[in-house]
Every structure is written in C-alpha cells, then in structure tokens.
Write a protein that binds this ligand. Structure first.
Ligand code: SF4
Length: 330
C-alpha cells in the first residue's frame, strides 16, 4: 500500500507565527474584553464562557473562572471552532516522522516513544538503509540493531519490539503492514496509538492519536476529563466527524508541542485563547509568551522533519524563515 504521509495537509491559507497574539485572551485575567469575542467566540459558547463575572470571588486569585455548564451543542460548536482555528494557524500540519512507506512509519512510531521525533528522524536513515524490509529487519543481529536504535533511548526494548513486529509481519502478514487496527495491535510494541498513527497517515483511515499532548490539550479544552487514552479517543471522537480525526490529531499535537506546553503554556500567544477555558494556566503576557513558542514559531526555527513536506517548506518560505534542520524541543 502506498504511503500518503503529507497529502492530507490543509488547503487553508498560510498565516505567520506573528499572527498568533493578534487574538486576545478570553474573559480571563489579562484579556481585553472586546477584541476576541468578535473573531473567535462561537456565538454563545465562548462568548459567555468562563465568565469572570460568574467566578465566585470566594478565595484566591480567581484565575480559573467557575465552569458554567456548557450544553452539548455548545461544546461541539466550540470544539469544531477550535479545530478550524488550529487548521488556519497550522495550515501545514503533518506527521513529524520521516517515512516513505507503512513499514517505515510503523518502525519510526515505535521508536518515537519517550523521545523526540527529530531524534527518531536522525536515527532512521541508517536503520532503513541497513534493514529496508520486515524480512531483513527480522533477521537482524539483535546487538547490531540495538546499536543503531540506541540514540532513541530504551534501545533494548525497542530493538526487541522491532525484531518481534518484523517477524510477525513476515510470518503472519506476508511481509506487509496490515491496514486494520485489530491486526496492527497484535504486533509486538504496537498499541492503539501507534496503530492509529499508521492507519491515519499511511492508509488514509481516520484515526485519533491520543499521545501525551493530545490528552493534555483535550482536557484543557474541556473536551474530556479523562486520563484514559481510550476514553479520550471515544469522547473526542464523538465531537467531530470521522473525516477530521487524523488532521485533528496532528493539529492538537502540533499545538501541544509549540504553544500549549505541559508546564508553561504560552497563553498570551495562543491563537485559540478566546475559546479555551484553561486560558491563564500559563504565561499571559504576550511578549513573554511569544518567547515560549517552539519550532517554526520561533524566528529561524523549523519543525522536526529532516525531509519536510512541500506545504511546510512553502509556508516557511512565505514567512521568510530558512528551512534548516531543527534543534530539539519538547
Ligand atoms: S496555551 Fe493552552 S491553556 Fe493557554 S489558552 Fe492556549 S490552548 Fe488554552
């Protein structure tokens, strides 16, 4: 099956990183009350949202406004609005792992656990040159394989997974990566997250990829309260048409890596601040927040792909940033 890694990127117009802070924060602490409501507030949901006026000024610095119950309809509208805003802000989203076929994507995704995609992208060229097929990887000398994947960390366990999944592909699937979730999850080292990455990006089968970024952002957006990846997948999936699932996953993961960081989200430079009930969890000062942005949102920065897709290269050119291999980030 032919890989289709980058073909699904949004057709929407490019926007520069500098455009980020043009939208102001919502009713939270630093938000000027008027500008945002117009552009971003989905009619009722966000406009009335976390109203500071509703916050019980009981104790403490009412940083988070009291959560007013949001109807299901309002939640769906706000969720879809966030998705559209992110699509506009990141018109070039893509999987950040370099790959040329489903086998390479599967292997790269297994290697990406507990490390950056950039690190994996720096490791896989030598790996795929040495073992281009499942048959060849299954026959690899374990120690040699371990040495090649060592830079990605947890290299013994990862090498074991690669040997196991390659042998399974050879023995049970005729040397091909299967295009069904129920088959993929039977491979050693492959769970739902990896399976959905492969299905969504190598087979064009919509899938939600719940990694650490996706889960964190879905909770911050109020789309779920769960920590359980399968529950998150189910709850978020119910807010969107299936056809959006793969690109939605990329958008949340991009946003989590670049703006809505785990420890210090850059709320003051966030394009969806007016729609986010968690505005104020991070830095709200626009200048300070801009300094927290990562990858291509920093002057001179770029993404994690060593072979970035054309849409990304074009976008970078449009904002006059050179496309060079990135430094590591979150
Ligand atoms: S950075 Fe994250 S928490 Fe802050 S407003 Fe944006 S999405 Fe919400």
């Amino acid at each position: 099956m032919t890989a289709a890694p980058d073909s699904a990127v949004s057709e929407q117009p490019a926007r520069t990183a500098e455009a980020a802070p043009r939208k102001r924060a919502p009713g939270g602490k630093a938000a000027p009350a008027k500008a945002p409501a117009k552009k971003a507030a989905p009619r009722k949901a966000a406009a009335k949202r976390p109203a500071a006026k509703q916050a019980p000024a009981a104790k403490g610095p009412a940083k988070k406004p009291a959560a007013k119950a949001e109807s299901r309809t309002a939640l769906v509208r706000r969720a879809r609005r966030i998705n559209r805003e992110l699509a506009e802000f990141y018109p070039y989203v893509h999987p950040e792992l370099d790959f040329e076929n489903p086998f390479q994507l599967l292997v790269a995704t297994v290697l990406s656990a507990q490390t950056t995609d950039l690190r994996v992208n720096m490791t896989t060229p030598a790996l795929f040159a040495r073992y281009p097929t499942p048959e060849e990887m299954a026959a690899a000398d374990p120690q040699e394989l371990e040495e090649i994947v060592r830079p990605t960390g947890f290299f013994r366990a990862k090498a074991r997974s690669l040997l196991g999944l390659s042998a399974a592909l050879r023995d049970r699937f005729g040397g091909e990566v299967p295009g069904r979730l129920e088959d993929l999850v039977t491979l050693p080292g492959v769970g739902r997250k990896t399976a959905n990455v492969v299905l969504g990006n190598a087979f064009g089968v919509p899938g939600i990829t719940v990694d650490t970024h996706f889960g964190r952002l879905a909770r911050r957006f109020g789309w779920t309260t769960s920590e359980d990846p399968e529950k998150i997948e189910e709850e978020v999936g119910s807010l969107f048409p299936k056809s959006e699932w793969t690109m939605l996953s990329h958008r949340l993961i991009f946003h989590g890596r670049r703006v809505c960081h785990s420890r210090k989200p850059a709320c003051g430079a966030c394009p969806i601040a007016p729609l986010c009930p968690s505005y104020g969890e991070g830095e709200t000062d626009p200048d300070k927040a801009r300094k927290l942005l990562k990858y291509e949102l920093q002057p001179g920065g770029t993404g994690q792909r060593l072979k970035p897709p054309p849409s990304f290269v074009e976008h970078q050119k449009a904002v006059h940033q050179p496309v060079v291999p990135a430094g590591e980030g979150e």
